[in-house]
Design a protein around this ligand. Structure first.
Ligand SMILES: [Zn+2]
Ligand SMILES: [Zn+2]
Length: 176
């Protein structure tokens, strides 16, 4: 991988975390779903009844920039399965992830960003990695409904997606 590709990957990945943190502050208690990279950007799913409009995406983009400008803590946290079940109480998608990981591992590897904890095994949980992101070189561009299927029932989520600027070359390893 070239340096540019590595930098784009880190940015897309970290921005998916920043999106989740900003959304949890905007919509306290919102159900969390999948999140991660797209070919040229990042996304995260939220259990919102209504898909956010353009104005809300713009406000949430500003919230993300604020998280990047003001954060103090970004670090690796390892939870026991019991601690993780407590940490993700009320988050059905997260609890499923915890159960799946706990079958294989003794610890659930997470990040903490200013008091918010989420599951992720990435190796870039350091303040300097977040500081390397420019707070104005991304934008939330789209929101559309998705469904999470669990034991035969469908749960409505809204997928919020963003893009980096300037746009990196589309990446083949990150599914669109
Ligand atoms: Zn991560
Ligand atoms: Zn990729």
């Amino acid at each position: 991988m070239t340096d540019a590709v590595i930098t784009a990957h880190k940015a897309k990945h970290l921005l998916s975390h920043v999106l989740v943190v900003a959304a949890v502050r905007r919509w306290p208690g919102v159900a969390l779903g999948e999140s991660g990279e797209t070919a040229t950007g990042f996304y995260a799913d939220f259990g919102l009844v209504r898909v956010p409009g353009a104005g809300e995406l713009s406000a949430l983009t500003d919230d993300m920039a604020r998280v990047l400008r003001n954060f103090r803590t970004f670090r690796d946290v390892k939870l026991t399965p019991t601690e993780a079940l407590r940490a993700f109480h009320g988050q059905p998608w997260k609890l499923k992830q915890v159960a799946a990981i706990a079958e294989l591992e003794a610890r659930i590897v997470c990040y903490e960003l200013d008091g918010f904890i989420d599951i992720c095994e990435c190796a870039i949980k350091e303040p300097r990695e977040l500081r390397a992101l420019h707070p104005e070189k991304f934008l939330l561009t789209e929101a559309h409904p998705v469904a999470w299927s669990d034991r035969g029932s469908l749960h409505p989520y809204a997928r919020i997606s963003g893009e980096l600027f300037p746009a990196p070359p589309p990446c083949e390893c990150c599914s669109p």
